[in-house]
Ligand binder design. Structure first.
Ligand code: FES
Length: 323
């Protein structure tokens, strides 16, 4: 399988694939020219350009899980989503030697290296950014512990890899037999200056943040990474008022991906409705807006004055924006 690399993406080759579980595989990506890839810090993610059928161009974000001290390659993990837009199914069909285009790394989930203690609360595939994060902490001689929740032992292969490297600092819980973790108990009585890092399903993130708040943790010491899953919707027309261009947004492609496929760039970082970079003003619409982001307030979403084209879309019809 060959993948044309879009403008601005770094051409890489799939060097190795490891099917970790029936649902999760890790991929090793190396630069096509054999050089080192850009440096990154723990918590960074890249986006991968995915050309589904020659006409449908997606970009999916994946956390880097390889060592920040060896950029001869990047490792990412991909969970197969049967109900998604097709990006993860595409990634699960790749073979060693296939070509891809990736963005340079961006870090929206960095560790706070001067923290007194670093407590990671992790669920499922949310473990991926933790590998380079704790490697950085280990090198710095910083204190950390990782609390990982997995459904069953069969789902815990990556967690065991982390435990093999970092020993008793990794605590594993199987939710199917042991129930959900007690975040309040984990976060209680921690030294002043501790930092918590939460990565996993949105319900887990909400529970852990609520527990931290109840215990009086400052929001500035509670960090989380939440990628909202891309959702398909109805096709619609996106009208760029400044240039008068009309673009058709297909069912499973985001407005941001359509803009990029047409050579129009707007700012973005997370591509998951969390960072606010792509916020775009709506001038007119004849249909409802499906706001899927976690950036805009509920009041802002209700008045439909802005939307986040990386994740949100119109429910059919025409959407006129200030671009
Ligand atoms: S790119 Fe982050 S909210 Fe759209």
């Amino acid at each position: 399988m060959s993948q044309d690399t879009a403008v601005g993406l770094i051409p890489v080759t799939v060097a190795r694939i490891d099917d970790v579980t029936p649902e999760i595989r890790t991929l090793r990506l190396s630069a096509e020219d054999g050089h080192y890839l850009p440096g990154f810090s723990g918590g960074s993610h890249i986006t991968v350009g995915i050309d589904l059928d020659g006409d449908t161009h997606l970009r999916n974000a994946y956390s880097l899980m390889s060592s920040p001290y060896d950029t001869s390659h990047y490792d990412i993990a991909v969970r197969r989503m049967e109900s998604g837009r097709g990006g993860s199914r595409f990634m699960h069909q790749l073979r060693p030697g296939d070509r891809l285009g990736i963005s340079p790394p961006v870090n929206l989930f960095p560790i706070q290296i001067h923290g007194k203690l670093h407590v990671f609360l992790v669920g499922g595939i949310g473990i991926t950014p933790v590998f380079p994060q704790v490697e950085e902490l280990e090198r710095a001689g910083a204190a950390f512990e990782v609390h990982v929740s997995c459904r069953t032992p069969a789902d815990a292969v990556l967690a065991h890899r982390l435990a093999d490297r970092f020993g008793k600092r990794v605590h594993l819980r199987y939710t199917r037999t042991e129930g959900r973790p007690d975040f309040e108990a984990i976060l209680a009585r921690r030294p002043l200056g501790s930092h918590a890092y939460i990565c996993g399903p949105s319900t887990m993130i909400a529970d852990a943040r609520a527990a931290a708040r109840r215990l009086g943790w400052s929001d500035s010491h509670v960090h989380f990474e939440q990628f909202v899953e891309q959702k398909s919707g109805k096709p619609f027309d996106l009208v760029l008022a400044r240039s008068g261009i009309t673009l058709r947004v297909p069912a499973q492609v985001s407005p941001l991906e359509v803009l990029e496929a047409n050579g129009i760039s707007i700012p973005y970082l997370c591509r998951g409705g969390a960072c606010g970079q792509c916020e775009t003003r709506i001038l007119r619409t004849d249909c409802a807006i499906e706001h899927h982001d976690v950036w805009l307030s509920e009041a802002a979403k209700a008045c439909n004055s802005h939307f986040m084209p990386c994740i949100s879309r119109a429910d059919g019809g025409t959407l006129v924006v200030d671009l």
